[in-house]
Design a protein around this ligand. Structure first.
Ligand code: IPE
Ligand code: IPE
Ligand code: MG
Length: 242
């Protein structure tokens, strides 16, 4: 391991979340169809997960399909569904052997029966793995997540005085997971696009113009370096200012 990586390890974020954006632009720049960009994006996710596991990052959450992405051309939506299904078929065994716990963040409703079944099986198979957790935000919307949490809290019959941040955390799709420490967005946009609205409250942000399929380990290390230099104050006063 290089000295650089060893130094970074001291301040490695526990939970990294990535808005994997720019697959379409990556493909267009090569004169290829958008789906070729999505396939290249999946390959890059595999490399990134390996890099995160090696660096000691314990939780990786990736934004793969938003509730708004249903509005894309039907062929692209179908292609993205197929890619997810193929990836589960092809990668599950290896992920399980490598100690990866898979979680789905979002709702299964709306996906095909066979895809729903595969996601459930993958989650069940890997539930006791603890080397690294990969949360796949698929058919995920941050506002929808909060609406669902409120609905379930009301159905469970809680009194208004019982509702607090701990209770809401418990009813989110990410229940049991710590908030992200670092949110990376590739392809240059400076927005959340409905990703982890609640959980992002004190996350550090990092945006890079690099398209997701090109976001390699060197780019990840740049993000981690910047994170390591940030001072996270959580609303308090910096110790160095007093
Ligand atoms: C991100 O890449 C992947 C998904 C949203 C599914 P895009 O498909 O948004 O790529 P751009 O933003 O058009 O380049
Ligand atoms: C965010 O990217 C969603 C995913 C990466 C899955 P989008 O490409 O959908 O976001 P906008 O449209 O640029 O905000
Ligand atoms: Mg995009």
């Amino acid at each position: 391991m290089s000295d650089e990586v060893a130094r970074l390890r001291e301040r490695v974020p526990y939970h990294v979340a990535i808005i994997m954006d720019g697959n379409g632009r990556w493909a267009r720049a090569r004169g290829q169809p958008r789906l070729a960009g999505h396939r290249a994006g999946v390959e890059n996710l595999r490399r990134t997960l390996d890099a995160c596991a090696k660096l000691g990052i314990k939780v990786l959450t990736v934004y793969a399909f938003s509730t708004e992405n249903w509005g894309r051309p039907p062929a692209e939506v179908r292609g993205l569904m197929n890619i997810l299904e193929t990836v589960i078929d092809r990668e599950l065994r290896r992920l399980h052997a490598n100690g990866v716990q898979l979680r789905h963040v979002g709702v299964l409703e709306g996906l095909s029966e066979s895809l729903q079944r595969k996601v459930r099986q993958a989650v069940a198979l890997t539930r006791n793995n603890d080397r690294v957790t990969l949360n796949v935000a698929f058919n995920y919307g941050g506002r929808q997540e909060i609406v669902h949490a409120v609905q379930r809290i009301m159905r469970a019959g809680f009194a208004p005085e019982e509702v607090d941040t701990t209770l809401i955390n418990y009813y989110l799709y990410t229940a049991g997971l710590p908030d992200p420490d670092l949110i990376i967005r590739t392809a240059g946009e400076m927005r959340l696009s409905n990703f982890l609205l609640w959980q992002a409250s004190y996350a550090e942000y990092y945006s890079t113009p690099v398209f997701w399929p090109d976001f390699d380990q060197a780019e990840l290390l740049k993000a981690l370096h910047q994170y390591a230099q940030r001072e996270r104050r959580f609303g308090l006063v910096s110790p160095s200012s007093s």
